[in-house]
Design a protein around this ligand. Structure first.
Ligand code: IMP
Ligand code: MG
Length: 185
């Protein structure tokens, strides 16, 4: 049986998401923004965050898939050597609207090696947005391979595999209300 231990409770998450929302509202005061969510993990974070930002806003979503950096059901996610990224990221869904001249806030569930966000940043910057900022709910800095600037970070966490609040293990556990460390999946 998988062993799930709460790392961040729903109350802690809600509190921090509210704070991030206030920061974003302050930084883009009087302007409109596009929340650009990274499918599928950021869906829940985006929907909560956007409701804490009282500005004119629209939503868009981008889909990426990274070869080899997710554990297969037979691997143990606690052993990170087993799921090191090959570094290849592939676009599975492009943005729906032109981002040129727009304020784009990229919303991501977790920043790990940094490969995914570097790849997405390149795609977004090619649109020449007015402003580009990144909001990542979680950051695992100890796993970074490529540096990336993130303006809004929810929580810095240790090197463990986490699920819940949008984050999955083999597509499961996204609907857990708390963020949990998973062992023996
Ligand atoms: P990066 O390219 O290594 O920064 O990978 C980021 C992506 O890997 C995230 O968007 C997640 O989809 C996935 N990921 C990394 N760590 C975890 C984790 O602990 N739980 C669930 N997904 C993770
Ligand atoms: Mg992701």
């Amino acid at each position: 049986m998988p062993d799930l231990k709460v790392l961040l409770s729903r109350e802690q998450i809600a509190q921090r998401v509210g704070e991030l929302g206030q920061e974003i509202a302050r930084d883009f005061h009087g302007q409109s923004i596009i929340f650009l969510g990274v499918l599928k993990g950021a869906a829940i974070f985006l929907s909560d965050l956007a409701r804490r930002v009282p500005l004119d806003a629209t939503f868009d979503f981008i889909g990426v898939s990274s070869y080899g950096n997710r554990p297969t059901p037979t691997e143990n996610p606690a052993g990170h050597a087993a799921w090191d990224s090959s570094g290849e990221v592939r676009l599975t869904k492009d943005v729906d609207q032109a981002l040129t001249g727009q304020n784009v806030v990229l919303v991501e569930d977790i920043l790990d090696t940094g490969l995914t966000l570097n790849y997405i940043k390149k795609i977004v910057m090619a649109h020449q947005p007015k402003a580009f900022r990144i909001a990542a709910l979680l950051d695992k800095p100890s796993r970074r391979k490529l540096p990336i600037d993130v303006q809004y970070v929810g929580f810095t966490i240790p090197d463990a595999y986490v699920v819940g609040y949008g984050l999955d293990y083999a597509e499961k556990y996204r609907n857990l209300p708390d963020i949990c460390v998973i062992e023996n999946p």
